[in-house]
Design a protein around this ligand. Structure first.
Ligand code: ZN
Length: 169
């Protein structure tokens, strides 16, 4: 099965559906807007199943996305590799209960917007400061001069200063 836009959660779990396929960044407008023209492709491999009473969607997102290096301004291929362990929940109480251990996704009307959820996950994985490999190496080999230690302004205790004055008299 490819990557449907949306899935019916109950039947996905009941039939242990598996989603294997590729998504082009062109099909994901929010992500596409952050990439250079070369775009990219995300390989998706997700398995739906029941886990401890909840519908789980587990698997991998991988691929290569063209990002703009913030240092040299060139497009470079950034490797995506993200493990997915979602629990699809219908209400906020279960969402809160699962939050410690898993990544709960709130689902409405038994329907999950699968492509959107994948896009959200990839957006979260993107580097805050994209840098191509050679710029990354450059930065690593030339560590920026350590910022000078912020010296705490010394403020003399006015009474101590007064004492000193009195002593010297
Ligand atoms: Zn660069």
């Amino acid at each position: 099965m490819g990557i449907p836009t949306k899935i019916r959660v109950s039947s996905a779990a009941a039939q242990a559906e598996r989603y294997d396929g590729e998504l082009s960044s062109k099909a994901l407008p929010r992500l596409g807007g952050l990439l250079t023209d070369a775009g990219g492709v995300i390989r998706v491999s997700l398995q739906a199943q029941l886990r401890q009473g909840h519908v789980a969607l587990q698997g991998m997102l991988a691929g290569s996305l063209a990002l703009l290096c913030k240092r040299c301004g060139k497009s470079y291929d950034w490797p995506l590799e993200a493990e997915v362990d979602w629990r699809l929940v219908a209400d906020e109480a279960s969402e809160r209960a699962l939050m410690q251990e898993f990544e709960p996704l709130l689902v409405e009307d038994d329907e999950l917007q699968l492509r959107e959820a994948i896009e959200d996950e990839v957006l979260l994985c993107l580097p805050m400061l994209p840098r191509c490999e050679s710029c990354e190496n450059m930065v690593a080999s030339q560590p920026e001069a350590a910022a000078p230690m912020e010296e705490e302004p010394r403020r003399e205790n006015p009474f101590a200063a007064l004492k000193k004055q009195l002593k010297s008299d």
